[in-house]
Design a protein. Structure first.
Length: 324
């Protein structure tokens, strides 16, 4: 098969995977008209229809789906061959692209991965969960780190760590002296919350609803750092994952008596599980997870100056109600 046919098949395969000509263009690093021209040439030359055009997207025809099965095998074989050659050339040189919702969970794994493979270049793109998942699906990122599992047959999810939630309070707040709080203690209090779509906010609000508790959202912030600063300024209480809380003399982190936690997962495309850099990064995730399990200790807050360790409510007698 000639070079032009190879380019046309690659364009077709990219469009089939990405669901649109523009997304396929981004995937291959070419212009959208180039992708459209290649697909049109393929259809015209063989007198077939491979896609149904639906607005800005495309849907495979029955013949297109059969062809995609073949081009998918070709693409995967090419990727495996390239990774094999990269592995043989030097001790796993290459470039690993990671999408993450924040730095706190991904950096320990990167540290472990880089210790084993120092010649690999690693780049991290930050975004919300939807952007991380889409980046992995479009192969803009090789792996993603986010706060929930992904319900997609094409996506592999590896559980990484559990993150209990803590309530942030200014040191002058009546509940700041508590060793732990129950959700019922929060009735009617003002909170600074993350935006809708935040995994932490979703877990917190689900817990509140189950307990029949209502709080007042006085302010919405788009980052954990923003929540903490707003709490420090006395604009309300906050809630974050224990692992994402850094010590701040103005703020106290209080464990929640109820079992509220987010669950970090690392994702990649199932078809790329055997790609060498991805496979080795997932090995680093598993090793880090095992290390966290071995190092597990009784819960602590920033009062003990250990923000990096997962926290859970301590087994102590219930705290008294907030002082008026």
């Amino acid at each position: 098969m000639g070079t032009s046919s190879s380019a046309e098949l690659k364009a077709f395969d990219a469009a089939a995977r990405a669901g649109s000509m523009s997304a396929a263009a981004r995937l291959l690093g070419v212009s959208q008209p180039t992708i459209s021209a290649h697909v049109a040439s393929l259809e015209q030359r063989f007198g077939v229809e491979l896609f149904h055009r639906r607005g800005r997207g495309v849907v495979l025809t029955e013949l297109g789906a059969l062809l995609h099965e073949a081009t998918h095998r070709i693409t995967r074989a090419e990727e495996q061959a390239e990774q094999l050659l990269l592995s043989a050339r030097s001790q796993y040189q290459g470039h690993l692209r990671i999408g993450a919702i924040g730095p706190y969970n991904v950096t320990p794994v990167i540290r472990r991965f880089r210790a084993a493979y120092p010649r690999v270049q690693v780049s991290v793109s930050m975004g919300d969960s939807r952007a991380v998942v889409q980046g992995v699906r479009d192969q803009q990122q090789d792996v993603g780190v986010l706060l929930h599992a992904v319900d997609d047959a094409h996506v592999h999810c590896l559980p990484y760590r559990r993150q209990p939630l803590v309530v942030l309070a200014p040191r002058t707040h009546p509940i700041a002296s508590r060793e732990q709080v129950a959700l019922t203690d929060l009735e009617g209090l003002e909170f600074v919350l993350r935006e809708h779509g935040s995994g932490t906010r979703a877990v917190f609000e689900t817990g509140l609803a189950a307990a029949g508790v209502k709080v007042r959202c006085s302010l919405v912030m788009g980052s954990r750092e923003g929540v903490k600063e707003a709490v420090a300024q006395g604009l309300g209480l906050g809630v974050v994952a224990s692992t994402a809380h850094a010590p701040d003399e103005r703020v106290v982190a209080i464990p929640v008596r109820e079992d509220l936690a987010t669950h970090v997962h690392v994702i990649c495309l199932r078809e790329r599980l055997q790609a060498s850099l991805i496979a080795r990064f997932l090995q680093a995730v598993q090793a880090e997870r095992e290390g966290l399990s071995c190092a597990a200790s009784p819960a602590s807050t920033d009062r003990a100056n250990s923000p990096g360790a997962p926290t859970a409510p301590p087994s102590r007698k219930p705290a008294r109600g907030p002082r008026s």
